[in-house]
Write a protein that binds this ligand. Structure first.
Ligand SMILES: NC(=O)c1ccc[n+]([C@@H]2O[C@H](COP(=O)([O-])OP(=O)(O)OC[C@H]3O[C@@H](n4cnc5c(N)ncnc54)[C@H](OP(=O)(O)O)[C@@H]3O)[C@@H](O)[C@H]2O)c1
Length: 248
């Protein structure tokens, strides 16, 4: 059923991984999707081609979210495409860097916060003028914000910040009828989690989870599509764990 027919959506970091799966799922539900990418234009065009081949509308747009004015430029491009109404924003683009406290450098720390926190913050700010009653935002948190897994303290801090922003933005925007939530995956098989491709990494991941299989990007996209839909109309200000029962 085309539950998102007539809706417009922007998915950041939709060239691969969870963002790609979310863009395809939203399009399958009927939304027109803007496929944002950072560096992999070809991959983004493949996603656009898949969506258009399936009968929905899509466009790819580029912005390097490490740059401080990128959210502002991205928002202007989005407005040129969708006009005065954006229904769904999935602020998914992100990076991870595994490092101990001793190994973490200032540049890496700043880059993590620039892409994972500053970019979604200002993207939401810049897109607010075209978000209306019924519009909604989904951000990407992580299991790492709730539990000490891996050597990920700086990355985890960016995701903790996302959990905080969800509550504040939901409170601020609720009176305008705009919902704001996050999903918190555990380990998902993407380029960000290449360690799952080794036997040791796979075993370690499965030891964290109640479900003894690895998560696919589509498992997370299903929750994102739910949050984007009217089925989630009474859900705001929360981070939903979508982690196969990790670290229970
Ligand atoms: N995979 C996991 O296990 C996991 C677990 C918990 C949370 N998450 C979160 O889920 C989100 C997606 O992760 P993923 O696993 O799908 O990652 P991924 O496969 O590495 O893909 C990352 C996406 O973000 C984009 N991106 C990265 N740096 C960018 C930049 N500087 N400017 C613009 N775009 C940029 C990439 O675009 P280009 O390729 O075009 O540069 C790509 O589309 C992230 O926020 C991540 O923290 C992932």
């Amino acid at each position: 059923m085309k539950t998102l027919a007539g809706k417009t959506a922007l998915v950041t970091g939709a060239s691969r991984g969870i963002g790609r799966a979310a863009a395809l799922a939203l399009a399958q539900a009927g939304a027109q999707v803007i496929v944002h990418y950072g560096h992999r234009g070809h991959d983004a065009e493949v996603v656009v081609a898949q969506i258009t081949a399936a009968g929905s509308r899509a466009r790819a747009i580029q912005a390097d979210l490490a740059e401080s004015d990128a959210p502002h430029r991205l928002a202007r491009q989005v407005r040129r495409i969708v006009g005065e109404r954006l229904d769904i924003l999935v602020a998914n683009a992100g990076i991870a860097k595994a490092a101990t406290l001793e190994e973490t450098g200032v540049e890496d720390f700043d880059e993590l916060f620039a892409i994972n926190v500053r970019a979604p913050y200002f993207l939401i700010q810049q897109l607010l003028p075209i978000m209306c009653r019924g519009s909604n935002v989904a951000l990407l948190s992580s299991l790492a914000a709730r539990a000490a897994v891996g050597e990920l303290s700086a990355y985890a801090a960016t995701k903790g910040a996302i959990d905080i922003l969800v509550r504040h933005f939901a409170a601020d925007l609720g009176p305008r009828g705009i919902r704001v939530n996050a999903v918190a995956p555990g380990v998902v098989q993407t380029d960000m989690s290449t360690f799952t491709r080794s036997e040791k990494g796979r075993d370690m991941t499965l030891s964290l989870q109640a479900f003894k299989q690895l998560a696919e990007p589509e498992d997370i996209a299903a929750a994102i599509t739910f949050l984007a839909s009217d089925q989630a109309r009474w859900t705001t200000g929360t981070t939903i764990r979508v982690d196969g029962g990790s670290k229970l």
